[in-house]
Every structure is written in structure tokens, then in C-alpha cells.
Design a protein around this ligand. Structure first.
Ligand code: FAD
Length: 405
């Protein structure tokens, strides 16, 4: 029997490390474990939207990221073939995004948790969630070089990703589920500057995006509908390059660049899971996942970490019953991401935009304030509900009418 902790967090990437860090800063005894040893890479591109950059600043970690030489991204551009919408993704205060290698970002987050007083065990695999009656009470696992270990805690947090072992053990309610909609492959290119821009290209049943990362490399991800996964997987490079060829200017830039890494790829399903129950909570992809086409996962993980750590603190300190505090975490999460979830799932079908949306996009093009709004919506700075609000859409059409007149 190991020593008792207030909280055990399984998984120490974007959701787990901030959760452990914030609870340790409140004075709780926190154990956070991960089978990976950091620095560790993972299959994910790594656009960190301005609101997530703001979270890093609030937590005192942004200066460290900036010091790694990660280039800031000040513009998001969306090339639809007929026209391009380009705007600022953030606000005056939080103006830029970053695209840090996950080897660097995730290590920085783990270090932040350790420095805040959380006990971190890397190279530690959780093999079993201990459930007594209806209640989760601890974990069993082993470290790479040690024997089996059992640890107990008041609350076990699953920050263990899409295939969450904690979720498997507690069978939470699933809702609004959708199967994988697209498959994407990415690699890193040298000699492909984007000059501080996140560039997206949308074509019929195809899309790709380019973003600058560490070491003067540019990450380029290309995708097609999941229905074509099996046919296309035999020639990933050929199909990837065919997607890029749909934007001849960009293809010309890519031809002058050198690919520096093998392709990595993924397709993910979309779901909400109830994120709490007796003795347990879920954060990040373990509790909610949406296709990566809108690059919201890191922002979502950071938001969950703050909401969940606040709820756990309220419960453990006796300020509020567990059910009420965690119910609020779920309500805020679902309300904040609901419209973005639908927008993301629509986009991820890679179907041409419906006629009403095409009209709106046509009217947005050329109107800088509206283009900034569109970039902000895609960055998660404002909600699709706000951007597509009837008043806003009317104002966009009125401005387009005046410009034509
Ligand atoms: C192709 C692709 C591109 C993406 N691009 C972006 C993007 O540009 N921007 C963005 O914001 N998001 C992006 N995402 C989403 C983003 O990667 C995730 O939302 C985010 O990483 C979720 O973090 P997490 O901490 O919840 O889970 P994860 O990153 O999955 O971390 C879970 C951790 O738990 C550990 N773990 C699991 N089980 C156990 C166990 N039994 N014992 C011990 N440890 C365990 C794992 O080792 C892992 O380290 C992308 C995703 C994909 C697939």
C-alpha cells in the first residue's frame, strides 16, 4: 500500500500537467503519472491559439516558451480558392499564437507541475483503476524499472487521452458522438517560411494547413475524408502532395523545401463524456474530443484543467459538495465548446460550405474587421455563436453592400 494523495492525475500532457500544477499550487498532495518520459513527442500538430497562450502567461510559463525561440503567429489565413480571408486570431492583449513542438511544450508543462510541488512519476504505466463499490479510490501500476505499486487518493483524474483507461473503468455517459470524419497526415519542412502566418487551404473534399514551428521548420498537414482512408493509405506521400497541388502557388513553395521527418497521421472520433463521478474526473481528450481541423485541443485541455482544478478544490476544501462543483465544470465546458463542436464537425466533413455560408464568406472577404472576426472564431477567441449571430451577419452583408455600391 502506497501513501495517500489528495489527487492522482493519470497523464501529464496538456490536460494533466496543468491540472496537477494548479492543485499543487493550492497546497494539495498531488501525484501525476505518465507512461511517457519527457521530453516526449506525440501524434499531434501543435497550434496553441491565443487564449491558450494567455493561459500559459497566467500560469507563469509563457516566458519560458518564448525563450525557446518559438516563432509567434500573428495572422491566420484561409484560402478558399476563389479568395483568401486573412485576419488576426487574437485580441490586442493576446495577439499571437504559437506552434511549439510537443517535445518542448509538454516538457514545460510537466516541469511547471513538478516545480509547483506535484510528485511526478514518468515512465509509469497505470495498469488498473481501483474501484471500491461505485467509487474510484486509486491506481495500480508499475514504473519501467520498479515493481508493482498501488496508490490511493480522494480523487483520480483521467488526463489519459482519447483511449482513457479511467473512462473505460467507469463507463461515463457518452453524448453527441460522431465517428472519425477526416484523416490527416503531417510532416516538417525546411525552407518553407510562412512569415508568422498560419495558412489554411480549403478545396473540395481536401484541406491542408501550414504553420511555423521551432528550428526554422514549417509543419504542413493535409487531409481527406475518412471514407478515403483505406484507399489512400497505400500512398500517403503521393496523396499528400496531390492535395498540396490543389493550391499551385503553395505547391511551388513546397517544391523548393525539404521534408525533414516521416509522415505522422491520425483520424479521431468526436464525443462528449460526462467528466465526473464518485472519486473520479476526466479532463482534456479523455472527457471531450473534437476533430483536429480547428486545432482546439490544447485550448480545450487548458480550460478543462482550470475548471476541473477549481471544482476539485471547492469539493476538497468543503466549500461546495462534489456533485455541485463538478456539475458546474461539466456545464461550463459543454456551454463553451458546444457551438465550436458543431462547427468543427461540419468543417471536418470537408464538404463544400453550404450556399448560405459561402455567401457569408464572400461578404467577409475584403472587410478587415469581419476577417479578423472569422480568424478569431477559428482560433477559439470568440464562439461561432457570436460570429454567426444574426446582427453580426447582417452587419457583414450591409458593409459588403456599401462596398459594392
Ligand atoms: C493529428 C492531430 C493534430 C492535432 N493538432 C492540434 C493542434 O494543432 N492544436 C491543438 O490545440 N490540438 C491539436 N490536436 C489535439 C491535441 O493533440 C489534444 O487535444 C491534446 O493533446 C489533448 O491532451 P490530453 O492531455 O488530454 O491528452 P494526451 O495528449 O493524449 O495525453 C495523454 C497522456 O496520458 C498518458 N497515458 C494514457 N494512458 C496511460 C496509462 N495507462 N498509464 C500512464 N500514462 C497514460 C499518455 O502517455 C499521454 O502522455 C491534434 C490532434 C491530432 C490527433
Amino acid at each position: 500500500m502506497g501513501k495517500a494523495f489528495d489527487v492522482i492525475v493519470v497523464g501529464t500532457r496538456c490536460a494533466g500537467s496543468p491540472t496537477a500544477m494548479l492543485l499543487a499550487r493550492k497546497g494539495y498532495r498531488v501525484l501525476a503519472v505518465d507512461r511517457a518520459s519527457f521530453p516526449s513527442d506525440t501524434v499531434s500538430t501543435h497550434l496553441v491559439n491565443p487564449r491558450a497562450v494567455n493561459a500559459l502567461a497566467r500560469w507563469g510559463l509563457l516566458d519560458r516558451l518564448v525563450a525557446t525561440g518559438c516563432p509567434p503567429i500573428h495572422t491566420y489565413s484561409f484560402d478558399f480558392g476563389a479568395f483568401t480571408i486573412a485576419g488576426a486570431p487574437g485580441t490586442d492583449k493576446d495577439a499571437v499564437a504559437y506552434c511549439p513542438r510537443r517535445t518542448i511544450l509538454d516538457k514545460l508543462l510537466v516541469d511547471g507541475a513538478a516545480e509547483s510541488g506535484a510528485e511526478i512519476r514518468q515512465g509509469f504505466i497505470v495498469e488498473e483503476i481501483i474501484v471500491e463499490g461505485e467509487r474510484v479510490v486509486g491506481i495500480k501500476g508499475r514504473s519501467k524499472h520498479g515493481g508493482a505499486v498501488t496508490e490511493h487518493a480522494g480523487i483520480v483524474v483521467g488526463a489519459d487521452g482519447r483511449h482513457s483507461m479511467l473512462s473505460e473503468a467507469v463507463h461515463p455517459e457518452h453524448y453527441r458522438e460522431k465517428p472519425p470524419l477526416l484523416v490527416g497526415y503531417y510532416s516538417y519542412w525546411r525552407g518553407l517560411p510562412t512569415h508568422g502566418r498560419f495558412e489554411t487551404f480549403v478545396r473540395d473534399r481536401r484541406a491542408f494547413a501550414a504553420m511555423p514551428t521551432h528550428d526554422d521548420l514549417t509543419l504542413v498537414i493535409a487531409g481527406w475524408p475518412y471514407a478515403e482512408f483505406a484507399d489512400n493509405k497505400r500512398d500517403i506521400e503521393g496523396n499528400y502532395l496531390k492535395v498540396i497541388e490543389l493550391a499551385p502557388d503553395f505547391a511551388g513553395r513546397l517544391r523548393n523545401a525539404t521534408r525533414e521527418a516521416p509522415f505522422a497521421g491520425a483520424a479521431v472520433s468526436n464525443y462528449f463524456r460526462k467528466p465526473y463521478g464518485p472519486g473520479w474526473a476526466l479532463v482534456g481528450d479523455a472527457g471531450y474530443n473534437r476533430d483536429f481541423i480547428t486545432a482546439q485541443g490544447i485550448l480545450d485541455a487548458f480550460r478543462d484543467a482550470e475548471l476541473c482544478a477549481t471544482a476539485i478544490d471547492q469539493s476538497l476544501s468543503g466549500a461546495r459538495p462534489f456533485e455541485g462543483a463538478m456539475g458546474e465544470y461539466q456545464r461550463i465546458r459543454d456551454a463553451e465548446v458546444g457551438a465550436m463542436y458543431d462547427f468543427t464537425c461540419d468543417l471536418a466533413t470537408l464538404e463544400p460550405p453550404p450556399p448560405e455560408l459561402q455567401q457569408i464568406l464572400g461578404a467577409v472577404h475584403g472587410n478587415q474587421a469581419a476577417m479578423d472576426g472569422f480568424a478569431r472564431m477559428n482560433a477559439g477567441t470568440i464562439s461561432p455563436t457570436e460570429f454567426f449571430a444574426p446582427d453580426n451577419v447582417e452587419a457583414i452583408f450591409a458593409a459588403a453592400g456599401r462596398a459594392q455600391g
